[in-house]
Design a protein around this ligand. Structure first.
Ligand code: MN
Length: 205
């Protein structure tokens, strides 16, 4: 029997729920390969290395995010954020929210169009690397939040509903410096059925 060295990680890498080229022309296969296989997988690998032999090693990813700081937090949050980001995109996206979430958006922002405009503007004006989030509090009230680097609404005791990755690695291959174009095109692959399901989890808490 041959002994082989298999690279293992303590945290599993979530596979993309669609093909690498499924989001073209809005997000290229090349971007998805780099974003998922290099950047996201890199955070997971680094996290696994950092937590090996520590009390974090057996924790669910979300608990590591909530209970850590420094390099462990940065890599855990980036791993969590990317899983959450990829899962909300789809080549068969539902393009408009309905139901409870639609009512909450209309009440808070006036309309879905106004919400998307504000979220896009927040993403365009966030200085440096980070994420823009739609999140809800325990009462279902909605918030748009701009967060630097790996930061997440999870640590504000808010429930994340959707996110826009404004790290340059998310768009530079396809859009170069045109972050606004990248964000405007992202809406074409955001699957509102996923966001609605996340919002239902808030309501059922
Ligand atoms: Mn990213």
């Amino acid at each position: 029997m041959t002994m082989t060295t298999i690279a293992t990680t303590l945290i599993a890498i979530a596979e993309l729920p669609y093909a690498y080229d499924a989001l073209e022309p809005y997000i290229s296969a090349e971007t998805m390969h780099f974003h998922h296989d290099k950047h996201y997988a890199g955070y997971v690998a680094k996290l696994s290395e950092l937590i090996e032999g520590t009390h974090y090693a057996t924790m669910p990813l979300e608990n590591i995010v909530l209970g850590s700081d420094g390099a462990i937090f940065n890599n855990a949050a980036q791993a969590w954020n990317h899983q959450f980001y990829f899962a909300q995109l789809s080549p068969k996206a539902k393009h408009h929210p309905t139901g409870e979430l639609r009512r909450a958006i209309d009440e808070r922002f006036g309309s879905v169009e106004e919400f998307e405009r504000r979220m896009t503007n927040t993403a365009t004006s966030l200085f440096g690397s980070g994420w823009v989030w739609l999140a809800a509090d325990r009462d279902g009230e909605l918030y748009i939040l701009a967060k630097s680097n790996a930061a997440t609404p999870l640590t504000d005791d808010l429930v994340p509903l959707m996110c826009i990755d404004v790290w340059e690695h998310a768009y530079y291959i396809d859009y170069r410096n045109m972050r606004k174009d990248a964000v405007e095109n992202l809406w074409k692959v955001v699957d509102w059925s996923v966001i609605e399901e996340r919002y239902r989890q808030v309501a059922s808490r």
